[in-house]
Design a protein around this ligand. Structure first.
Ligand SMILES: C[S@@+](CC[C@H](N)C(=O)[O-])C[C@H]1O[C@@H](n2cnc3c(N)ncnc32)[C@H](O)[C@@H]1O
Length: 225
């Protein structure tokens, strides 16, 4: 009888314990990347009408990447930024193209080979863990990726652990402003700029700079103290 009581108490506690684990904040947001066609997604991500792509060189310049750095492009997609980072870090640095989609990583490997950029490394991440080396990265770059994190708290904790002290986290993502942003953005993007700043700050980062040259996206530079 006492044992049955104990079991009942444990069963009552279980939902609370499960609640301690983060639930997906955006179920299905990455569904369109299942079995992706690399060339098809290149046409989408690397379209000159897309603000981030159109301003890619200005974005890279704003990051002040130096030779020898370790830069991680988290949620690299088709890898255009990873390749630009590889040119900046040079042969003595590393550009990590990280994503949760193996097909994207295979496509990036082919592009890096073709460009002769041996400093590009690909890394398959998990939805809750970037799997980057601890205290091993100078700069984590995310573009159009934060709103694809289904488990932002877990991802931010893993990015924090991956950065060296003083390392930087870049978040470029869509402005979500009622009446200004498109209906697609309002429906697809989970959080607005202020919410993102609050979430990233709560994970132990300090907002150091806001770059103002994009219009549809914000460009935030955080530092791990
Ligand atoms: C809209 S795409 C942006 C790709 C690229 N950053 C760009 O701007 O062209 C979002 C990317 O985030 C990736 N992604 C989603 N969740 C992720 C996670 N938890 N960790 C790493 N990448 C993730 C997706 O697979 C996809 O490649």
């Amino acid at each position: 009888m006492r044992r049955l009581g104990l079991i009942l108490i444990l069963l009552a506690l279980l939902p609370g314990l499960a609640g301690a684990q983060e639930r997906s904040v955006a179920p299905g947001v990455n569904r369109s990347y299942e079995n992706p066609d690399f060339a098809g997604w290149r046409a989408v991500f690397e379209n000159e009408g897309r603000e981030i792509h159109e301003h890619r060189h200005a974005i890279v310049e704003a990051l002040a990447i130096r030779p020898g750095m370790v830069v991680a492009d988290v949620g690299a997609g088709t890898g255009v930024m990873s390749l630009l980072f590889a040119e900046k870090v040079g042969a003595g640095g590393t550009a990590i193209a990280q994503d949760i989609v193996p097909e994207f990583l295979r496509g990036i490997e082919a592009r890096a080979r073709q460009a002769g950029l041996k400093q590009v490394r690909t890394l398959l991440g998990g939805a809750q863990d970037a799997r980057l080396p601890a205290n091993g990265v100078d700069l984590v770059f995310t573009s159009d990726t934060y709103h694809h994190f289904e488990y932002p708290q877990a991802m931010l904790a893993s990015l924090h652990a991956a950065l060296k002290p003083g390392g930087r986290l870049i978040v470029i993502d869509y402005e979500k402003i009622p009446g200004r942003s498109s209906p697609w953005v309002m429906g697809h993007v989970r959080a607005d700029r202020e919410t993102v700043i609050a979430e990233v700050s709560a994970a132990g980062f300090v907002l150091e700079r806001t770059h103002g040259f994009l219009r549809e996206n914000y460009f935030l530079e955080f530092r791990k103290p």
